[in-house]
Design a protein around this ligand. Structure first.
Ligand code: FAD
Length: 391
């Protein structure tokens, strides 16, 4: 919708979930936004097969924008079960944490559609096909951001020797609102995330597999792939059948060396990075988008609280944003990286130790509670030290 004055306050490059949420947050603060979203290639294929685990904080943010999908597309998780590669196990429940749900599994196309509608009807947001000048440019182009590269910002990247394969399956038994995860002996991780509401029998699958197996698993017959899922999950939900295509992503731990700066050759203009353009992490703890939404919530708050004489591109404001968000990103990425490292090592002693550790940990009230709060995005900066955090 184009009621835009000549110069926007902020230009957002990238209309993924993070970019759209930021546009809506800024428009709510009466800032004028140009959102760069190049026309979509109709041949670019089907919708996203993924469903994201979103925290109570992310839910509250999306609800405040009236963009939370209806209950068919946002299934509350009442229990999480994590199985080690030997006998170790961990279990968290909403009951023992005294919350309505640990998190929600949200259908990605449904959330994207809600956000696209909200943006369309917001008069302070103009969707534009290419970047425009503005005092502040926020780069939300995802992990392969071209603007970040053009700005000369280094993206420090460590590739995991794994890819994630995502799909959806119909199961013989109802999921019972339980999110299940299996760490398998080769360091692979399989997750079944409940879909279709409380009575649903469909789950979203995220399977982090060794890179050398991706091609075989992506190209085998659907029935053979489903059979491997049933076997790896120990038949937890009975017989399973494919309900969607498969898609795959290389996995990495990555972060931009700078999250804010001035625009080269454009006096008076600055930039900030947010979401996957600033950081990427392993999906085993389902935190990437939660952290990205934390970024834009912080940035919108910093911009809204500035004195009116201060430009949105003022570097003091942007550094405040950078400092606040790097701490949260670091905490989440170290935790997921430590878990990935711990379970990717095949050595016998280490395998026994980690499974023993999981079971001990399962009986440790405060530590367990701390990890549960971390997963729910409700932990404060002072997390208790756990077997999964590193110095
Ligand atoms: C398998 C898997 C499972 C995951 N599960 C979870 C989960 O359960 N919970 C969770 O919180 N996170 C999860 N994540 C992480 C999550 O997918 C990302 O953190 C999230 O998508 C980042 O959103 P974004 O908007 O920053 O980037 P993206 O989703 O990558 O969006 C970037 C947008 O920018 C556009 N763009 C790119 N370049 C340009 C350009 N030059 N100009 C204009 N536009 C451009 C793209 O087309 C796209 O629309 C998962 C990731 C994977 C791989």
């Amino acid at each position: 919708m184009a009621l835009m004055a000549l110069t926007p306050d902020i230009c957002i490059r990238g209309a993924g979930i993070v970019g759209r949420v930021l546009a809506l947050l800024l428009a709510r603060e009466r800032l004028r936004v140009s959102l760069v979203s190049p026309p979509r290639d109709p041949a670019s294929g089907h919708g996203d097969v993924r469903a994201y685990a979103l925290s109570p904080k992310a839910k509250a943010l999306l609800e405040s924008l009236r963009c939370w999908p209806d209950e068919r597309f946002a299934t509350p998780v009442l229990e999480m079960q994590v199985h080690g590669d030997q006998q170790g196990h961990l279990q968290f429940s909403a009951d023992t944490q005294n919350v309505a749900a640990l998190n929600w599994i949200v259908d990605v196309p449904a959330l994207e559609a809600k956000l696209a509608d909200a943006v369309r009807y917001q008069g302070a947001i103009e969707e534009v096909p290419s970047p425009v000048h503005a005092p502040l440019t926020v780069v939300c182009e995802g992990r392969a951001s071209q603007t970040r590269a053009a700005l000369g910002v280094e993206f420090s990247t460590t590739l995991y020797p794994q890819h994630a394969i995502a799909t959806r399956i119909d199961c013989e038994h109802a999921h019972g609102q339980v999110a299940r995860q299996w760490f398998t002996p080769g360091g692979e991780i399989l997750a079944f995330l409940p879909l279709d509401g409380p009575q649903g029998k469909q789950v979203a699958v995220v399977w982090s597999v060794r890179t050398e197996r991706v091609s075989e698993l992506m190209n085998c017959e659907p029935g053979a792939f489903a059979a491997q899922l049933a076997e790896t999950s120990g038949g937890a939900l009975g017989a399973v059948a494919m309900a969607a295509e498969r898609a795959s992503w290389p996995l990495m731990l990555a972060h931009a060396k700078r999250w804010v700066g001035t625009m080269p050759g454009r006096p008076g203009e600055s930039f900030a990075l947010a979401g996957d353009a600033a950081h990427a992490m392993h999906p085993l703890a389902g935190q990437g988008l939660n952290v990205g939404l934390g970024d834009v919530s912080e940035l919108a708050g910093v911009l809204a609280s500035r004195p009116s004489w201060r430009s949105p591109g003022d570097m003091r404001l942007l550094r405040r944003y950078e400092r606040a968000r790097q701490a949260d990103w670091l905490r989440m990425s170290l935790t997921t990286d430590a878990m990935q490292q711990l379970f990717s090592r095949p050595e016998g002693m280490l395998a026994s130790l980690r499974n023993w550790g999981m079971t001990i940990f399962d009986h440790s009230g405060p530590l367990k509670s701390g990890i549960a709060r971390l997963a729910m995005g409700t932990a404060d900066a002072q997390m208790p030290r756990t077997p999964f955090t590193s110095d």
